[in-house]
Design a protein around this ligand. Structure first.
Ligand code: PEP
Length: 254
């Protein structure tokens, strides 16, 4: 069985000082289990807080850090961007790619997602590829078409002889930051579609390796129910990951 993954996307919250405060409170709230069945915890702070997060987390092996966005070029005249190498040097081991805010606020395309996945895989950062439909697309019964198209584009960036895997996050756009959560049936359907597509495109062994997370208004009150759904290997949490106590409660559900 894949260990559950509990990921927190801080978006544009928590600078370096607030990051240090988060970790010292989080460590007071959350004690690792001794059973060995530990969830994997991923935290995606703003890039400017990565070093503070790396220092604050110290040697805790159950916690890894990620960057919220990367550029596909290793360096150059790309004001405001961060390369994979820079993210690695600042302590990141994972990268969100194609988050709905990147796609819908900043106009990120499927082709850019492919380039970012390829750059991450090439240089040793594990991509967490986000896919999800808008409310209009759901109303038009286009969920499968949209999430399969987004997944296929990302998979083009994953080399055939890949050693390290990717993660996928199903995040319906209408459920992000809205308080609306997809029903367990909707989540089971979407995760089933993604798992089947992974199998069709890359075979069973690859498909089994990929953790598929659900994201969209996850909170302490609904985390356990969502984590129990078939093919849900974890959750990607936005708003409720900012508070150390609520994030610790979600981690304990994993
Ligand atoms: C997210 O940012 O990926 C997210 C799921 O946000 P929220 O939990 O606030 O809906």
């Amino acid at each position: 069985m894949r260990p559950k993954v509990i990921a927190g996307n801080w978006k544009m919250h928590h600078g370096p000082a607030a990051t240090r405060r988060f970790f010292s409170k989080f460590f007071g709230e959350f004690s690792p289990r001794l059973s060995g069945a530990e969830p994997t915890i991923l935290i995606f702070p703003p890039a400017i807080s990565l070093l503070a997060a790396a220092e604050s987390k110290g040697g805790r092996p159950e916690i890894s850090l990620g960057i919220q966005n990367i550029h596909w070029e290793p360096k150059g005249a790309f004001t405001g961007e961060h390369s994979v190498g820079m993210a690695l040097a600042a302590g990141a081991r994972f990268a969100l790619v194609g988050h709905s805010e990147r796609r819908h606020v900043f106009g990120e395309t499927d082709a850019q997602v492919e380039s970012k996945v390829a750059a991450a895989m090439r240089e040793g950062l594990t991509p967490v590829v986000c896919v999800g439909e808008t409310l209009d697309e759901r109303r038009d019964s286009r969920v499968q078409e949209v999430i399969v198209r987004q997944l296929d584009a990302a998979l083009l960036g994953v080399p055939e002889d890949v050693k390290n895997s990717i993660l996928v996050a199903y995040e319906p756009v209408w459920a992000i930051g809205t308080g609306e959560t997809a029903t367990v049936d909707d989540v089971a359907d979407a995760h089933g579609i993604l798992r089947r597509r992974l199998r069709e495109v890359r075979g069973d062994a690859f498909a089994q390796e990929v953790a598929i997370l659900y994201g969209g208004s996850v909170k302490p009150a609904n985390a356990a129910e969502l984590l129990a759904v078939a093919d849900v290997d974890g959750v990607l949490v936005g708003g409720a990951s900012l508070d150390p106590e609520s994030f610790a409660r979600i981690v304990e559900s994993g």
